[in-house]
Design a protein around this ligand. Structure first.
Ligand code: ADP
Length: 266
């Protein structure tokens, strides 16, 4: 719907992958990894083949959320090449930059080092055939992001934000990183996370802790889709901490919210 110039052609890094979806936020702490992990599981539950690359070099949290924090990663020889074997849980194949670097080291990485490491996790791993390959981007808009966007043939980007103005301001910057003239990655839509809170004892009430409909308005103003509004729910936080994301409970109210989000991304 938005007016964007055609994209420059990129080398086909993952010929057996149908869709590469960037999940980005701009601001950190808005729930990007939570949304990305639950979206991956919801897509897998619908029968799609799903891969997830945790590219958040500053705080890789997907291994914990997927319950595979301490799983050893190994390589296998395939057609004369050593390929990293993604870890699989809940139907999602996953590699995290956190498997390969210590957090303390990553913060002093130069852009090129991080970019090269991430590219290796994409091209030197046995991802196999996938319908959806989600990339959990690091927060911010650095040269690491630009390199990823300029070298990986991303099908589209999902932008996660809270309705809060400071988060939306960063989300706008995140959007322009994808829509910039030289990259032109389509924006699949926005996800409003932490959209409201409903206390158990007052199930009819919605409290708009971070503001109301901020993402919805940003989406409407720019002609982007609002892919979903996810409330603040204790089980979302707990599911992430325990390595059992709520999307696994696809018949719970919160699980269904992620299932609908997956439907809107497909
Ligand atoms: P980011 O990837 O943007 O840095 P995270 O996904 O790590 O953010 O989320 C930050 C914190 O907020 C985590 O503790 C997570 O469990 C929690 N969280 C995220 N989304 C929700 C939500 N909708 N309801 C409750 N807690 C959430």
């Amino acid at each position: 719907k938005s007016k964007q110039a055609p994209r420059p052609a990129l080398p086909d890094l993952l010929p057996d992958v149908k869709n590469i979806v960037a999940v980005a936020s701009g601001k950190g702490g808005v729930g990007k990894s939570t949304v990305c992990t639950n979206l991956a599981i919801a897509l897998a539950q619908k029968g799609y083949k799903v891969g997830l690359l945790d590219a958040d070099i500053f705080g890789p949290s997907v291994p914990r959320m997927l319950g595979v924090e301490d799983v050893p990663v190994y390589t296998e020889k395939m057609e004369g090449r050593d390929l990293i074997v993604p870890v699989e849980n809940y139907g999602v194949k996953m590699l995290s930059i956190g498997f390969f670097v210590k957090k303390e080291d990553a913060v002093v990485w130069r852009g090129a080092m991080a970019s090269n490491a991430l590219k290796q996790l994409i091209t030197d791993a046995d991802w196999g055939e996938l319908d959806y390959f989600l990339i959990d981007f690091p927060p911010g808009t650095s040269d690491i992001h630009l390199t990823l966007v300029q070298t990986v043939p991303i099908t589209g980007a999902v932008i996660v934000s809270t309705p809060q103005e400071v988060a939306l301001a960063d989300a706008r910057k995140g959007i322009s990183m994808f829509t910039g003239e030289k990259v032109n990655v389509p924006i699949l839509g926005l996800v409003e996370n932490m959209a409201w809170f409903t206390p158990a004892e007052l199930p009819e009430n919605k409290y708009y802790i971070f503001g109301k409909d901020g993402c919805k308005q940003l989406a409407e103003q720019n002609g982007y889709a609002l892919l979903g509004q996810i409330p603040i729910v204790q089980s979302i936080r707990e599911g992430g901490d325990d390595g059992q994301p709520v999307a696994l409970q696809s018949d719970s109210i919160t699980g269904m919210a992620f299932a609908r989000l997956a439907d809107n991304v497909v």
